[in-house]
Design a protein around this ligand. Structure first.
Ligand code: AMP
Length: 408
């Protein structure tokens, strides 16, 4: 067995999963939270059995040592699990990385150099890589959230600001959640309903036009033509685009100057737009389940929050259909996209002019597999498919880690 330990280091958390990439199984998964705070918490899950540890965790090094202890105590033993690589999720690869790389000192230095572009994410990614390299003597691979979008067409990647200033400061649209958009768009392209549709229309896979909506606590959209990302909603940072759990998504940049001239500091505006906006800012909660409960209890603020969220999504789907010159598949993924049927119905409502629609029973059904929820043939042969496709970023990172090692 060849397994990969996938690590996702946040500023105060360390998420991990031990993956057997060939069948695509998660052998164990867990998270250490509140690292560096007075009371930390670790949760380690193996085949449905959860072990929880409470207590202060000083730093990411201590967090990883705790994870290794949990593996030894409750299994599976990492020594016996055939760990051949550690795969690290790295948020920002800038223009330096358009594909996964085996980590060496130069890679660590380059990820550190990108900290000004991703001050909220890359510092923790660097720390996670450094402590893991000390404790785990196997090859380490960095998989970048921006990589799938490194090849965005120039008109989609370029902000219309002074070119010299943009070049000096690395300002362009990078895109994020790329591992998920790539995994889901591939799963869509390989789905039997999609290959059958293309065959019936006499078209090759290079013509497949997809819009992928990754709707989790963070949220992003991508337009994918024949496997290549041609547009995405996140930009220089993950702040641009859709309404998210706590992020505003698109706003007039003039709001930032107005608030700063009104007395807020740049850091306060940053916190406002990244942590106190979106569903939380409008509706008081960032979790879609809680928001839905508030709406059902008659809360008008929560209702408006969902309406703004859906309005933005419909605008993006319409815009991306224009970018692609039509749409063959609309795919929903991540926590909200995979689970919230009312959100999926709300997005396609009003987009019937693009041929988009869902069958209520199919939309309401719950399943772990990729599935089509739109009317299918023979009633609707030429219409786009609406699909629910579960994402699996850990599996994608594990497989990419093995692939990059095999290609060495
Ligand atoms: P993620 O970031 O992909 O883990 O997604 C987190 C989001 O998914 C949160 O807003 C959750 O409320 C939402 N979510 C998870 N399960 C459900 C569900 N059964 N119904 C609605 N939303 C859900």
């Amino acid at each position: 067995m060849s397994t990969v330990l996938v690590l996702n280091s946040g500023s105060s958390s360390l998420k991990y999963q031990l993956v057997d990439p060939a069948p695509g199984d998660a052998l164990a998964a867990g998270i250490v939270e509140r690292i560096g705070e007075a009371s930390g918490r670790a949760s380690h899950e193996v085949r449905g059995a959860r072990t929880v540890r409470e207590g202060a965790v000083a730093d990411h090094g201590a967090a990883l040592r705790l994870v290794l202890e949990l593996f030894e105590e409750t299994g599976p033993s990492l020594g016996e699990a055939g760990v051949v690589a550690v795969g690290h999720r790295v948020v920002h690869g800038g223009t330096s990385f358009s594909a996964p790389v085996v980590v060496d000192d130069d890679v660590v230095a380059a990820v550190r150099d990108l900290i000004p572009l991703a001050p909220l994410h890359n510092p923790a990614n660097v720390t996670g890589i450094e402590v893991a390299r000390e404790l785990l003597d196997v090859p380490h691979v960095a998989v970048f959230d921006t990589a799938f979008f490194a090849d965005l067409p120039a008109p989609a990647a370029t902000y219309a600001i002074d070119r010299g200033t943009a070049a000096e400061h690395g300002i362009r649209r990078y895109g994020f959640h790329g591992t998920s958009h790539e995994y889901v768009s591939r799963a869509v392209a390989e789905h039997p309903a999609v290959t059958a549709k293309l065959a019936a229309e006499g078209r090759g896979p290079e013509t497949l036009r997809q819009v992928v909506l990754h709707l989790g606590n963070g949220a992003s959209a991508s337009a994918v033509l024949g496997g290549r990302a041609v547009e995405t909603s996140m930009g220089l940072t993950p702040l641009e685009g859709l309404v998210m759990g706590t992020r505003s998504g698109d706003v007039d940049a003039g709001i930032v100057f107005h608030l700063i001239r009104s007395g807020l500091s740049p850091d306060e505006v940053d916190t406002l737009l990244n942590k106190r906006s979106g569903l939380l800012g409008l509706g008081g909660v960032n979790d879609m389940r809680e928001l839905t409960r508030l709406i059902e209890s008659g809360d008008d603020d929560a209702r408006l929050a969902l309406d703004v969220y859906l309005h933005r999504l419909r605008k993006y789907v319409g815009a991306y259909a224009a970018v692609l010159g039509g749409i063959d598949v609309l795919a929903f993924t991540a926590g909200v996209g995979e689970n919230a049927a009312h959100v999926r119905a709300g997005v396609v409502e009003g987009l019937g002019f693009l041929g988009l629609g869902v069958v209520p029973d199919l939309n309401a059904a719950r399943a772990r597999e990729s599935r089509v929820i739109s009317p299918t043939e023979p009633e609707a042969p030429a219409r786009p498919l609406v699909m629910v496709v579960p994402t699996n970023e850990e599996l994608a990172i594990a497989r990419q880690s093995l692939a990059v090692l095999a290609a060495r």
